[in-house]
Design a protein. Structure first.
Length: 279
């Protein structure tokens, strides 16, 4: 008998991206509205359901799935709704690149496309090795201290896989990944580079206001204009888009070596100059 999943409901963009990257998007019968932001047009002809945080059993069952894939963040009530469906359920909770590779392998295996999953993983690993080697060969100076945040209020550092990407791109990640910090702690750390990639905000982080409101004008990053926004999907989608995030981080840390990629925006120079004049 064939037990591979044929009708899948994805409750998180990362799961939808993984299905797309292994050529299994035709199995997807339902997804969230947030998946549209990562894969434009994906919602056409598919059931739109609430995500892993606010899942509803009736929405999931309407799509008649034989597999539901969800990922962090969860709420207990949402998990109850998912389990209430009585449908095979794959719950993901990645914290590192190794976890992400394991999730790709698990999804590709469950849909009978294990070899495609291995290809995606190998491509990600090879790209990371290439960037690491390029940095080590071409930039032998000090590794810049980098502060990355995935949310502004409260101030939360980016996840563990982002810390790994920062290291691969030749930087030093400040603090404990995924944990809250304070504006004062960031000032005390005096990062060389500041990167904001807020969940669900695309590229709309207000960098100029962020620096001024937090009184970060005297940090090394702000004084040198090395304050950046990286598109949300490039750092907060634990799947193949992280490779674009890696290139964006490399360009932010080593602009002399890496071209400014689409999805990387730098704070306006005239704004920083104005702040220095006011000081």
């Amino acid at each position: 008998m064939d037990f591979t999943a044929r009708r899948i409901v994805s409750l998180q963009p990362s799961a939808s991206v993984i299905l797309s990257s292994i050529g299994a998007l035709d199995r997807l019968v339902g997804c969230t509205k947030y998946c549209e932001e990562v894969i434009p047009g994906i919602s056409e002809g598919r059931f739109i359901v609430a995500d892993s945080w606010t899942s509803k059993a009736d929405e999931i069952l309407a799509a008649r799935p034989d597999l539901v894939i969800a990922s962090v963040p969860y709420q207990v009530e949402a998990l109850t709704q998912i389990l209430k469906c009585g449908v095979r359920f794959l719950g993901l909770a990645p914290k590192s690149l190794a976890d992400i590779y394991a999730d790709i392998a698990a999804i590709s295996s469950i849909v009978g496309l294990g070899a495609e999953g291995e290809r995606v993983i190998a491509t990600m690993e090879e790209t990371i090795r290439e960037v690491r080697a390029r940095v080590e060969h071409g930039h032998r100076g000090l590794r810049p201290r980098v502060f990355c945040e995935e949310w502004g209020k409260p101030l939360i550092r980016s996840q563990g896989w982002v810390a790994e990407l920062v290291e691969a791109a030749g930087g030093r990640f400040f603090g404990t990944p995924g944990k809250q910090t304070t504006e004062a702690e960031v000032v005390a750390a005096d990062p060389d580079v500041i990167v904001a990639s807020w969940c669900g905000s695309g590229d709309r982080v207000p960098l100029e206001n962020m620096i001024a409101n937090r009184h970060w004008e005297q940090t090394t990053a702000a004084k040198s204009g090395r304050v950046y926004c990286v598109d949300d999907e490039f750092l907060n989608t634990p799947a193949s888009p992280l490779i674009k995030g890696l290139h964006a981080l490399a360009a932010a840390m080593h602009p002399e070596m890496f071209v400014m990629e689409k999805g990387l925006r730098r704070i306006e120079a005239n704004c920083m100059a104005a702040n220095r004049q006011e000081d």
